[in-house]
Design a protein around this ligand. Sequence first.
Ligand code: SF4
Length: 337
Amino acid sequence: MNYVFGPVPSRRLGQSLGIDTIPLKTCNWNCVYCQLGRTIPLTNERREYVPTEDILLEAEQAFRSRKNGKIDWVTFVGSGEPTLHSRFGELIRCVKTLTTLPVAVITNGSLLYLPEVRQELSVADAVLPTLDAGTPELYRKVNRPHPAITFERLVDGLVSFRKEYQGRLWIEVMLVRGINDTLEAIEDIAKILQKIKPDAVHLNLPTRPPAETWVQPTNEESLMRAMSILGNIAEVVHPAEGSFDLGGCENIEDAIISIIMRHPMRHDELERTLAHWSPKQVNQALAKLSTSGKAQIVERNGVRFWSASSSIYPDDAHSRRTIPRSQKSSGNPIKKI
Ligand code: SF4
């Protein structure tokens, strides 16, 4: 399968059957923490990047073959910003006719300023947009958006969507140490959240390899401060545990690629996930994928991850450090990846 994957354990949605509507990596943001690497080039064009009918055929097949498997949510998520697919509304509506499972959309929320995108997302049971900054300057620093997606548009879109949307609106804030976890930055984010009025705020930490080498998760002290400023509505989302269902993959190499193109993984995680095969077979397959240029190793904070070769991760020399050293501190409150 090319567009439907999992179910995979999700930090927020339990066992989630993923539907990917765009090729790696298609996005109108270039977040410093993106686990899929840098966005080159940025695009804000909505078009049918992959055939709608093919996505729906795979979804139908997945629902049929996994009738008895555990799936908590069907989630539109994947290799960039899913709402850039121009027939996104049709995709959600059709998927809703194929299953009674709840449907979620993980989006950066940047296109919610468009009335048609708000309308398309209105049928989802939960929408999870991102808000990492409370000012235009910080937004440009963290999310590095396409010029068409101004901060004002982002906030207006989120506020308008909240007014119209009846489902669950859960905002995700990714906290990057020394960048958007300071007292001032969190207070600015809190002001914007008061305007949006989401049902919940999920505080998240970059635990997969970030695009930029200097990105680190916030520390425990800053995380606690963010929790107390944002109040009861905020919760820390811990890395997910659970099993990946690779039933749709015919061989070990397809299975590996289907995982790492969306979730870069450490070697030991891959061996556990691919327990259906022996560690020796996993090693051989990784070596083959590496030699054939389909997989690569990326190292961040001393941890090595396997990712798809098409993901672009700069090395130290090309990843400009913007964190003042004085703001750096040690200790990752979420140890388990
Ligand atoms: S984290 Fe999401 S919104 Fe940001 S660049 Fe990556 S895919 Fe795009």
